[in-house]
Design a binder for this molecule. Structure first.
Ligand code: ZN
Length: 294
C-alpha cells in the first residue's frame, strides 16, 4: 500500500516537473535532442588594407594559425574581408583563408560589395568569393548568412529577393525546430533596439521587422562585424555579438577572434582569443572614410 502511494506520488512529481520544464523551455527546445554540441570561430573585419596592408596580412595569418590549433568545426567571417576590393586584395585574402584546416564561410561587408552595392559589384563578389547569402545546417542548427548591405542600401530586385530568401530560410528552420545562428556584417543596433539609423546599424523599420522574425523563428545569436568595436547585446534571449577585428579596433581592444562553444540551444557561449602578435598594433583612431560623422 505504502509502495503504491509512493509510486503514485513519484509519478505525479515527474509529470509536474516534466510539464513545468516544457513550459519554461524555449520554442526550439522541444526537439533539442536532435542538436549536438560543437564549436566554431568568429572572425570580424579581416579588412586587408585598413590597419596597414602588411599588418593586416600578418594578423589574418596569425588568426588562421591560432584557429587551426583550436580545431573548431568551422569558421565564419562577418564581412569586410578586404578594405578595397581588387584582384590583389581578394587573391591575398583567399590565399590566407585557404590556410584554415576547416571550412570557412564568409559574409559580405560594405567594403566587399560597396556602400551602395550595384549589380556589377555583387557580380564581382559572387564570382571571386562566392554566394553573398546562403545557409547550411550543422549538428541540428541552421546558419543563415545574410548580405546586410542589401538592407542598408537597397538594390532593385536583389534586395527583395534576398529579403524573401531570409524569411523563407528562417521559417524553414522554425518548422524543423532547428535553432538558428544569423551571420551578418552590419549589427541590427549598437546600443538600443529603437535607436535611430546611423552608419553602424540597420534602418529602423527593417531592424524591427528582423528582430520580430528572429524572435519568432528561434534565432539564438546574430554575429556581425563592421563596428570595429566589441558590442555584446541581448535581445529577448538572442545574443547579438560584434566581435573584435583582426585589422584594427577603435575601442583599444586587442586584435583577435571569438571562439563559440555550442553545448545546447540554451548553452551557447563565446570567448575572446587575442592574437599573439609580435609587432606593435596600429594606431586605433577611426579612419575618416569609415566614421559616421567624420
Ligand atoms: Zn563594414
Amino acid at each position: 500500500m505504502i509502495d503504491k502511494q509512493l509510486n503514485r506520488r513519484t509519478l505525479l512529481a515527474i509529470i509536474i516537473v516534466g510539464v513545468t520544464g516544457a513550459l519554461n523551455a524555449p520554442s526550439f527546445a522541444g526537439k533539442s535532442s536532435e542538436t549536438k554540441p560543437f564549436t566554431f570561430a568568429q572572425l570580424c573585419d579581416t579588412q586587408l588594407g585598413f590597419g596597414g596592408y602588411e599588418h593586416d596580412i600578418n594578423s589574418f595569418k596569425q588568426a588562421v594559425k591560432q584557429i587551426n590549433a583550436f580545431k573548431p568545426d568551422f569558421v565564419v567571417i562577418c564581412g569586410d574581408l578586404v578594405h578595397i576590393p581588387s584582384d590583389k586584395s581578394f587573391t591575398d585574402f583567399k590565399k590566407i583563408k585557404d590556410g584554415l584546416t576547416m571550412p570557412c564561410y564568409c559574409a559580405a561587408g560594405n567594403h566587399d560589395v560597396g556602400n551602395k552595392p550595384t549589380p556589377a559589384s555583387l557580380k564581382r563578389y559572387r564570382k571571386v568569393i562566392g554566394k553573398d547569402y546562403y545557409s547550411f545546417e550543422h549538428r541540428g542548427y541552421t546558419f543563415v548568412f545574410t548580405n546586410t548591405q542589401l538592407w542598408k542600401a537597397p538594390v532593385k530586385d536583389e534586395s527583395e529577393k534576398h529579403n524573401a530568401w531570409v524569411i523563407q530560410k528562417l521559417k524553414e528552420a522554425k518548422k524543423k525546430h532547428s535553432p538558428v545562428f544569423v551571420v551578418a556584417h552590419y549589427p541590427l543596433y549598437v546600443k538600443k533596439p529603437e535607436e535611430k539609423e546611423l552608419y553602424y546599424n540597420l534602418p529602423l523599420d527593417k531592424r524591427k521587422e528582423l528582430l520580430t522574425l528572429y524572435e519568432e523563428c528561434g534565432v539564438v545569436a546574430v554575429l556581425a562585424g563592421h563596428t570595429h568595436r566589441t558590442i555584446i547585446n541581448s535581445y529577448k534571449g538572442i545574443q547579438l555579438v560584434n566581435g573584435e577585428a583582426t585589422s584594427k579596433n577603435f575601442d583599444n581592444r586587442p586584435l583577435g577572434f571569438r571562439l563559440w562553444n555550442v553545448a545546447s540551444p540554451t548553452a551557447v557561449k563565446h570567448e575572446f582569443i587575442p592574437l599573439k602578435l609580435k609587432e606593435a598594433e596600429p594606431d586605433a583612431k577611426p579612419d575618416a572614410s569609415l566614421a559616421p560623422n567624420g
